[in-house]
Design a protein. Structure first.
Length: 387
C-alpha cells in the first residue's frame, strides 16, 4: 500500500483529501503545518506528499526546500489557493512535482498522484539498475595496509589459490572478495555469495550442494546449489566461522575432490570453483575450541588477507570521507557538500568500532543534517561519542 502525506493547515481540506485518497486505497498521514510535515517526512518514506503553500511555522516553499534536501526522490505536489498560483509555479521550478488548485478537482488530483507514483517507481528502478550494472566499488585508501592488500589482490587474483579474508565487521572484506573475482581469470564467470551465518544449519547443505526432488519433506523441486551455480566462477563463503561442523565436513570434501553430490542424489558432479572465504572470527581460536576444523582451515587459507580496522588506518579517513560525500550527494541528487578540515579532524578522533560501514553511515547522516558545508559543530552534534 502506498503512503501519502498531506500537509495543510486547514483541517477541512485535510479531511476531504484524506477521505478521497483513503477510499482509493492509499494510506494517509496528516500534518497541520510545515514543521510537523517535515518531522513526519523525515521519519517515514512516503510515495507522494501533498503540501499546502500558505501555512504557519514553515510555509510550503520552505518545506519543499528542506524536504528536497533530505530526500529528493519523493514527489511533492503543491496545493495552491486562488491567491498563490504564481508561488505554485515557482515551487515547480524549485523541484515540486506539480501543483493542484483548491478546491481540488478529483480527477486531476488522482491522475497527478498516479503519475507521481510512477515517477517514484522509475527512480527506484533506475537505482537498482545502476547498482546491477555498477562496477565493483573502488577500494579507497593509500595507507600502507591498504596498499599492501591491493598488491596482494593483484598478485593472487589471477591464480586459483583459495583466499581467507579476515577482519572486524564493516572493514571491507566483501569488497576485497569482489576485487579478487574481478581481477581473476574468472571475472566473466559468476560470483556467487553465501552468507553462512544467515542459513539455518539444517538447510546449509542443500543451499551449498543443491538437492534432488523429494529428498526431504520440503524439497518439492530439484534445486541447484551454490557450488554448481558458481561453476567457472568464484564462490564467496562469507562468515565461514559460523558454519556448522557437519557442513564443514561436506565443504572439505568438495574442496578436496572438486566434486559435490546433491542432497538425496547419488551422482558426483564435477565443479570448477574458486573459493574465497571471509570471517570476523579468529578461526584458529575456533579450532582450539573444536568448533572449526583444522583441515578445512588449512584448505581455505592458502592465502591470508587481513583487512585492518579503520582505527588502525585513520589516515585513510579524509579520502574515504571525500568518496562517501561524492556518493551520498549523488544518490540524493544534490550538489556535493564540502567539509571543513576541523570536521575531518573531529572524525579522526572518533572510535570507529563499526569501521568503514559506520563511517559511510555517519557521512550520510551529516549530509542529511548539515548545511552546504559540514562543520566541526555538525560533527560534535551528530556523531555521538562512544560510551
Ligand atoms: N577501502 C574502501 N573504500 C571504499 N569503500 C569501502 C572500503 N572498504 C569498505 N568499503 C565499503 O564499506 C562497506 C562495508 O564493507 P564490506 O561489506 O565489504 O565489509 P565486511 O568486512 O564484509 O563487513 P561485515 O563483516 O559486516 O560483513 C561497503 O559499503 C563497502 O563498499
Ligand atoms: Mg561482509
Amino acid at each position: 500500500m502506498s503512503n501519502i502525506l498531506i500537509i495543510d493547515d486547514e483541517k477541512s481540506i485535510r479531511k476531504t483529501l484524506s477521505e478521497i485518497l483513503s477510499y482509493e486505497g492509499y494510506k494517509i498521514d496528516e500534518a497541520g503545518d510545515g514543521e510537523e510535515g517535515l518531522k513526519r517526512f523525515r521519519e517515514k518514506t512516503y510515495e507522494v506528499v501533498l503540501c499546502d503553500i500558505k501555512m504557519p511555522k514553515l510555509d510550503g516553499i520552505e518545506f519543499l526546500e528542506r524536504a528536497k534536501e533530505s530526500n529528493p526522490d519523493v514527489p511533492i505536489i503543491m496545493i495552491s489557493g486562488h491567491g498563490n498560483i504564481d508561488t505554485a509555479v515557482e515551487a515547480v521550478k524549485k523541484g515540486a512535482y506539480d501543483y493542484i488548485s483548491k478546491p481540488p478537482d478529483l480527477n486531476r488530483l488522482l491522475i497527478t498522484i498516479r503519475n507521481a507514483m510512477d515517477k517514484t517507481n522509475l527512480v527506484a528502478d533506475v537505482k537498482v539498475l545502476k547498482r546491477k550494472v555498477g562496477k565493483v566499488d573502488e577500494m579507497i585508501g593509500d595507507s600502507s595496509p591498504i596498499k599492501k592488500i591491493k598488491d596482494t589482490i593483484d598478485k593472487v587474483a589471477p591464480t586459483d589459490a583459495r583466499i581467507l579474508i579476515t577482519g572486524e565487521n564493516g572493514v571491507g572484506k566483501e569488497l576485497v572478495a569482489r576485487w579478487v573475482h574481478e581481477k581473476s581469470n574468472r571475472a566473466a564467470g559468476p560470483l556467487i555469495e553465501v552468507n553462512c551465518a544467515a542459513i539455518p544449519s539444517e538447510l546449509i547443505e542443500s543451499e551449498l550442494f543443491g538437492h534432488e526432488k523429494g529428498s526431504f519433506t520440503s524439497a518439492l523441486k530439484q534445486r541447484i546449489g551454490k557450488f554448481e551455480q558458481a561453476n567457472a566462477g568464484t564462490l564467496f563463503l562469507d562468515e565461514i566461522g559460523d558454519m556448522s561442523l557437519n557442513a564443514q565436513a561436506k565443504v572439505l570434501r568438495a574442496l578436496q575432490e572438486g566434486k559435490i553430490t546433491r542432497v538425496g542424489g547419488d551422482k558426483d558432479i564435477n565443479v570448477d570453483v574458486r573459493v574465497v572465504a571471509a570471517t570476523n572470527k579468529d578461526l584458529l581460536k575456533e579450532v582450539d575450541e573444536k568448533t572449526f576444523r583444522l583441515d578445512l582451515y588449512h584448505r581455505l587459507s592458502v592465502i591470508l588477507i587481513h583487512v585492518p580496522s579503520l582505527n588502525d588506518r585513520k589516515d585513510d579517513i579524509p579520502l574515504l570521507v571525500d568518496k562517501f560525500l561524492t556518493d551520498v550527494c549523488l544518490d540524493y541528487g544534490i550538489a556535493k557538500k564540502g567539509i571543513d578540515p576541523q570536521a575531518i579532524d573531529g572524525l579522526k578522533e572518533h572510535d570507529w568500532t563499526g569501521n568503514i560501514r559506520e563511517l559511510r553511515n555517519v557521512v550520510e547522516r551529516l549530509v542529511i543534517l548539515s548545511g552546504k558545508n559540514i562543520t566541526v559543530e555538525d560533527v560534535s552534534a551528530y556523531v555521538l561519542p562512544k560510551k
